[in-house]
Design a binder for this molecule. Structure first.
Ligand code: PLP
Length: 410
């Protein structure tokens, strides 16, 4: 079927209007309507192609329509999708074993969204505090980092310092204290007998790809061990090859007590999340004390098992390092040419645009006009996280589109 250009233009407008009219305005999307994707590229309803440099906030590390994941999911989709945990299914055991192998932990607890996995980590840490550490009843406290992003539930926004995420949602959940990100002395100063753990992102993604000071992860590991509290790493965005290692904690050869995983664990096909920890921690969970209708369902488990198998081959981590190096060289060359800051870890970059030149949103719009999709965060910062299947040429497309956007303006 062929369509005329005016039909296609009106089709873009129609989809945007319907979304704005009938879906709540909890996002402010760029005005592009996507209809298909393959690898690092997506296509809009007019047939225009874009390099996807957001990759579903790193859920799409393995690329759009990854053939291996699509094949496994399709096969499972027509066989068995949901049993509930009232019964066993023939996929969850294999997934759990695979993910314990990848994380080096004894057990996992599967959930669906990232926020649910963070909630799970909070509940498990508190229970561990009471039952194992001996924290006084009802006083368990978790130290969180300023500038954090851990999701959107009422409890999680209770320790967010982003007014946009918290305004109008009080009353908040107690039991959290905060310290400056990367400041080991500030964290140590907050520890008392009520503290059960430190919840942190090894790289603050939503914060603008903020890297902790060198040595912070090692120091935090040592501090948590010394004080007998849990090191709780939210690797939902930083994990699963994004930074060039399986986990961002690997950059300092550090193993946290709890890994929180999500996003790429479902390959961008399906929401799959989990926490992984040893038996002394996850063993506090007993039947009925936590759960989810969809958590650990056979479709999720089948996809997750394939994701782990792909990560165990190490090729995506390697690829992330390779394209990441090229990305870093390209972006650093733009410092002084519109950029005032560049932070890169693997194939993950945050760039600060000279605020006198353009806002982050304007840069995103200018990039879109040049066939590159990216997302601004916090004013003048733009993030880049291309799918790890992106080629060197794709990275060059991204860098030259950014150079041109900064030079020409929106
Ligand atoms: C995206 C994200 C979450 C929340 O995941 P959802 O699937 O959106 O609930 C939590 N923590 C981090 C670090 C994230 O990037």
């Amino acid at each position: 079927m062929t369509t005329t250009t005016s039909d296609q233009v009106s089709s873009t407008a129609r989809h945007i209007e319907a979304t704005e009219a009938y879906a709540a305005h909890n996002y402010h999307p760029l005005p592009v309507v996507l209809t298909s994707g393959e690898g690092a590229w997506v296509t809009d309803v007019d047939g225009k192609r874009y390099l996807d440099c957001l990759a579903g906030y790193s859920a799409l590390n393995f690329g759009h329509s990854n053939p291996r994941l699509v094949a496994r999911a399709t096969e499972q989709l027509s066989r068995l999708t949901l049993t509930s945990r009232a019964f066993y299914n023939d996929q969850l055991g294999d997934f759990a074993r695979a993910l314990t192998r990848l994380t080096g932990k004894d057990m996992i607890l599967p959930m669906n969204s990232g926020a649910e996995a963070v909630e799970t980590a909070i509940k498990v840490s508190r229970r561990w505090g009471y039952e194992v550490k001996g924290v006084p009843a009802d006083s368990a406290t978790i130290i969180t980092m300023r500038g954090n992003f851990h999701g959107r539930t009422t409890t999680i926004v209770s320790f967010s310092d982003d007014a946009v995420a918290t305004t109008g949602y009080a009353p908040f959940t107690g039991g959290f204290r905060s310290a400056a990100y990367g400041d080991i002395d500030a964290i140590a100063a907050q520890i008392d007998d009520s503290v059960v753990g430190v919840l942190f992102e090894p790289v603050q993604g939503e914060g603008g790809v903020v890297l902790p000071p060198e040595g912070f992860l090692r120091d935090l590991r040592a501090l948590c061990t010394e004080r007998g509290i849990l090191m709780i790493a939210d690797e939902i965005q930083s994990g699963l090859a994004r930074t060039g290692e399986t986990f961002a904690c690997d950059h300092e050869s550090v193993v946290p007590d709890i890994y929180i995983l999500g996003k790429a664990l479902g390959g961008g096909l399906y929401p799959v999340s989990a926490i992984a920890a040893n038996r002394d921690v996850l063993g506090v969970i007993t039947p009925g004390s936590h759960g989810s209708t969809f958590g650990g369902n056979p479709l999720a488990a089948a996809i997750g098992t394939e994701v782990v198998a792909m990560l165990e081959e190490g090729t995506f981590q390697q690829r992330s390092r390779e394209i990441g190096e090229r990305l870093e060289v390209g972006l650093r060359a733009l410092i002084g040419k519109g950029l005032v800051g560049v932070r890169v870890r693997g194939a993950w970059a945050g760039v600060d645009v000279d605020p006198a030149l353009m806002s982050g949103r304007q840069v995103s719009e200018a990039l879109m006009a040049r066939g590159v999709l990216a997302k601004d965060t916090h004013g003048s910062t733009v993030r880049f996280a291309p799918p790890l299947v992106a080629s060197h040429d794709d990275i060059d497309v991204l860098v030259s589109a950014l150079a041109d956007a900064l030079e020409q303006g929106a």
